[in-house]
Write a protein that binds this ligand. Sequence first.
Ligand code: ADP
Length: 428
Amino acid sequence: MYNQAIETLPLEELRALQNQRFSKMLRRIYHHVPFYNALFKKQGIHLEDIKGIEDLPKLPFTRKTDLRDNYPYKMFASPMHEIRRIHASSGTTGKPTVVGYTHNDLEVFDEVVARSLVCAGAKPGMKLHNAYGYGLFTGGLGMHGGATKLGMAVIPVSGGMTDRQLTILQDFTPEVICCTPSYAQTLAEECKKRGIDTEKLAVKYAVLGAEPWTEAIRKQVEEGLNVTATNIYGLSEIMGPGVSQEDFEEKGTGSYIWEDHFFPEVVDRDTGKPLPYGEEGVLVFTTITKEAFPLLRYWTNDICSIYYDEKAKRTHIKMSPIKGRADDMLIIRGVNLFYTQVEEVIEQFDFLVPNYQLIVTREGTLDNVLVRCEVAEGVNINDPKFVNLLSQKIKNTIGLSMKIQLESIGSIPRSQGGKLSRIVDRRN
Ligand code: ADP
C-alpha cells in the first residue's frame, strides 16, 4: 500500500478524521464561496446545527448547473494567487466546468493517484505509459503527478497516435499503462493485427477509467494485452482520476473510495434521499480536504452503489462499477437502459467481442434500439442462430426487444484515444 496507516485506518478513527475535516470544510465554503453563503442563508442553515458528517442529508446538493452558473471561477474558495493549476471537465455533456487546485490540493491529488497506482499493481521503479490525454482533461496530468510521487518513470505519451503507442509499448518497456478502457481495446486489437507478441511486452498492469466498462472489456483487454486490468474512477469536479481505485488482487469486488478526502453518499435519483449501503443510486461526493474547489454533496450523476467489504485489505468504502451516467440513461418503451447492461449480455457469449454500438431510432411514437456488435474471428455473421441467442438473452435479462446486427471485426468505430460514445441517438 502507498499509505498503509490511512488506507487501513479503523473505521471509527476514519469517521473522526472525516468529521474534523468536514467541519473545517463547511466553514471554508460558508466564508469563502458566495454561492454557498447565499444558499445556506436562503435555506436557513446554521453551521452550529451541523454536528458532523451524519448531518449531511440536511444540506443541499451542488449540481453541475451551479458550477456552470458560477463559470469560470466563482466557486473557488481560494484567491487566484494561491491557485497553482486550472483544469476543466472534458465537457462530454455540455459546457466544461472549470476547477482549480492550490499547492496542497495538488499534493492530495498526487497522493490519491499514488495510492491508486499501488492498488492497481504498480511499484516505485516501474515505468508508466500514460495514454490519458494531457491538457485541460485531468487524466493525463493527474496520473502523471501521482506516478511521479510514487517514484515511477512517467512516459507522457498522451492519447491517440496508435502507431506511436505501440512502438513505445514495445521499445520503452513500460510495466504499467493507463488509458480509457475503450482505447485499451483498440491497443489490444492492434497488437493482434500487427502480430505483436504481447508475452514479450513488459506491460503487466492496465489502469482503466474515465468511462463505464464491464467484465467483457476486462476480459478482452487482459487477454489482448496480457495484463491485469483494474478500474480507476474520478471526475474533475472532485479531483480527477484517483477518487477511487480497484485493487489488482480484489478484482470484481469494487473500487476503494479514498474516503479520507472524498466522502461518498448514494442517493435516490428522484427523491435525493440517502440509500442504504448496497443500493444503487446517484453517487454524491463531499470533498473534505479540498482548498480551492471544495464541493458540498456534489451530484455526480453517476449510477452505482457503495458498501463496506469486510474481506478487503483496506478499510475504505468501495463502489460498484459505474453503470452509466443518469443523463446517458435511455428510456426505451418505459424501460431504463444503460449501455453497460448490453455489454454485460455480450460478455456471456464467446462468439461476440465487446465492440458494439447502440443505435436508437423512433418510429411513430415507439423507440427502437439496434445493437450492432462484432463477432469473434471465424464466426458467420449470417447464421441466424447467433442473432437469436443474443436477442433472446437481451429480452430475458433487460426486458426489451432489440434488433441485432452482427458485424465482422473492424466494422464499428474504435476509440482513438479518449472516451468512446457507444450510443448513437437518431431520434431527433
Ligand atoms: P466529463 O464529465 O466532461 O466527461 P470528466 O473528464 O471529469 O468530465 O469525467 C468524469 C466522468 O467520467 C465521471 O463523472 C464518470 O461519468 C466518468 N468516469 C470516470 N471514471 C470512470 C470509471 N472508472 N467508470 C465509469 N465512468 C467513469
